[in-house]
Design a protein around this ligand. Sequence first.
Ligand code: PEP
Ligand code: MG
Length: 963
Amino acid sequence: MAQTETPRTTTPTTKKWVYLFQEGSADMRALLGGKGAGCAQMTRAGLPVPPGFTITTEACNAYYQAGRQFPEGMWEQTLEALHTIEQQTGKRFGDPQNPLLVSVRSGAALSMPGMMDTVLNLGLNDATVEGLARLTGNERFAYDAYRRFIQMFGRIVLEIPGERFDEAFEAIKGEVGARQDTDLDAAALKRVVARFKEIVQEATGRPFPTDPYEQLRLAIAAVFRSWMGKRAVDYRNFYKIPHDLGTAVNVQTMVFGNMGDDSGTGVAFTRNPTTGAKELFGEFLINAQGEDVVAGIRTPMPIRKMAEVLPQAYQEFQQIARRLEETYRDVQDLEFTVERGKLYMLQTRAAKRSAAAAVKIAVDMVHEGLITREEALQRVEPAQVEQLLVPQLDEATVEAARREGRVLAKGLNASPGVAVGKAVFDPDRAEELAHAGEPVVLVRPETVPDDIHGLIVAQGVLTARGGMTSHAAVVARGMGKPAVVGAEQVRIDLRERCFAVDGRTVREGDWITIDGGSGEVFLGQLPVHVPNLAELHELNELLGWADQVRRLGVWANADYPRDAERARSFGAEGIGLCRTEHMFMEEDRLPLVQQMILAAPEAARAKRAAGVEAARQALRAARQRAQEQGPAAAPELAELERRLAEAQTKLQADPAWQQYQAALDRLLPIQRGDFYGLLKAMAGRPVIIRLIDPPLHEFLPKHEQLLVEATELRVRGDNPQRLAEVERLLAAVNALREANPMLGLRGCRLGLLYPEINAMQVRAILEAAAQLHREGVETHPEIMMPLVGNIEELRRLHALFTEVAEAVQAETGVRLDYKFGTMIEIPRAAFIADQIAELAEFFSFGTNDLTQTIFGFSRDDAEAKFLGFYLEEKILPFNPFQTLDPEGVGELMRIGVERGRRARPALEIGICGEHGGDPASIAFCHRLGLNYVSCSPFRVPVARLAAAQAALADRGAAAARDR
Ligand code: PEP
Ligand code: MG
């Protein structure tokens, strides 16, 4: 075979683009990629690694910068490194007598399983294949390697659709009567090779490249190209991995696991990646190449079986696995090949693991003295904690489903969690349905990297083939999605979009439930249950360490005692937001609330007409004067008292007022009961109760609904009484309708127009606290005013609340520990935070409204209408309703904190918008010096960990500054 180019020298001035494995090390990950750095580290440690070299990630970036050209000197350095490998192996590239064959594999700094392309057996051509056959004494093996090479090279490098090769392969199998691939003999494989070469010629208009150097050049370029391939870009977008890291290319001597029954290949983890148990866990295939394991084409045997078939190699592998885990102080994901009894290590990298495994491994490793508690806290992603607490199936549900014959199949429990969704059979359709708001479960014979967009949107994935390390399993575990793989009973018909099991058919759109913890697949939607943190011992231990490290408090948003109890069991140290309007929405209260709302505008008019407010204010002023200057300064006091009493008597006689009062009187004990429950559940802890916030029409029936009913009643004419009622409601709803309710009569504006509603709520809170005090229960209610943006709003409400509080304390004889405070959720409030803090004893940032108002994005419309587009087009880097926008919202918060604390240094400040449970936002709140974050009960454990990680990052930054 002619060798076209073999320059062996490099000008010393060119950049170093290529590193032999022995030149690299574990800490060169950014430059060599994970795979390259792993091979380098293993080579350095004297482990059996087939010789090879790595072309750097910088070379990949330089390739793109140069308009898809190899950077200067890279190719020459590649050839030089190849020459070194030739010397190390005693083989020569393209030499028919003793050919060196290599694999060309991608390897980014961050692991992207199955995302990038790999070409094996490179260097084969019509001449070297003969050499391989002679050397191995196995012509069939050589031609099998050759046909695999053309197939892989054709698909990945030359971008010929894989099906063309598959179809040709199946056709030849049919012609020679072979049932399995292994039934094909050398002669048949030669026919396959010839046919594959024809396919290449037909598809590309050029013959298959026989020059190994040309093969290598094209393969390296293909790996670089695949970095910007659709599935790699999708994957990076999903995981927020930057696109400019680049991939390294690893060129490594081939070793063959398919050289007979003393050979094989496997993938193993040093600990169980699903449960975290300390045991070697993996799969092994005798007489196979690595691609067979990863692709899930043949179902492999568990790794411990290797001890029986290849005992020596197994023992060596066990020792190496242990050593690598100790070196990296983390669980490793290993790839290896046994060639004629000799073990070769191909890869070591930190293993992807399920949420449960991540927590268990981190905690176990602390107990084993391998890592510190701080390291353990940094090893677990906050999102993994959330996954552990996600709803699951309980025993009774599963039992009932079994009895009802709803169990369809059982596969491998590849990634825990329960997914309930409509079955879909292709990733594009999954995307379509998911974007329309449908939960979907992706069902595939097996997944391939091109399915990634379907996996991203699916609730979970079910495959009929493949093992625990198949693509579907690895990717789903990484994403924290439930997966059941290798459910072999499931017969999938992709064309008909259905699957059948034992005569039952599930079609696209039918509901299924998959349990990635047990591997079971159920027909229909099963109810799910929420796990209890107390049962999760390792997580509890880890969160205990987090509590010692974090500075931020973690509170919860909870409206009901049951939520408060859950929040408390998850470690919440207070309630940061109880949205009282949710209580009003409950069915038994709604009629009373409606009565209150319908009467409120008339009652307010009556109050003005009776002059109650004017009389009260005049009296208040005179009293103040008397207090400050003595009784002589306010001789009209008695007269003013009489006038107020008179105005009140007049008001009491007004029917609208009576209706309004009656509703409030009946709501008072109900609300008292609500607050009693909440304060009791959080005994001894602060509970922030926010007074009614949303627009009043939200409590009334829908306008359209009333209109239809009124029209029907009018046409039928059989129920004039109901018609009058509906018309009255319609008029009220019409009167309350707003063009932009989110910026309308909400929050404190309501409280100012109808102060009796707020007064009733304040009374209910404080009476509940007084009652609990008598029962010996300690309470710390904090009463919060929403949507304040103007100091006069707060001043008036503060005066009203003080009056109510004084009255309740006088009536009950109990001195209460309560606070009045406000939300900061209108930009103006942040600017006047110093004035607000004169009256408010605490602030809570309502970042939902702050985001809405600072961006001018309607909370109701943005996500449905244009935010998706903004994110796709990268007009915004992230959804500001999920992750706090540091430049706008964050800046307002900074101003609010600074001015608020200037006026009141001990001001308690927290956040209760959705961002309170988002790890990145929590880190921001930590840096801002808030006292606490408040989030939904489920996210409390997540927030505990995220707050600890923020504190650790701070310490790290401080240590770096000190150095
Ligand atoms: C907020 O605005 O952030 C908030 C917590 O209040 P709501 O979502 O109820 O408007
Ligand atoms: Mg709000």
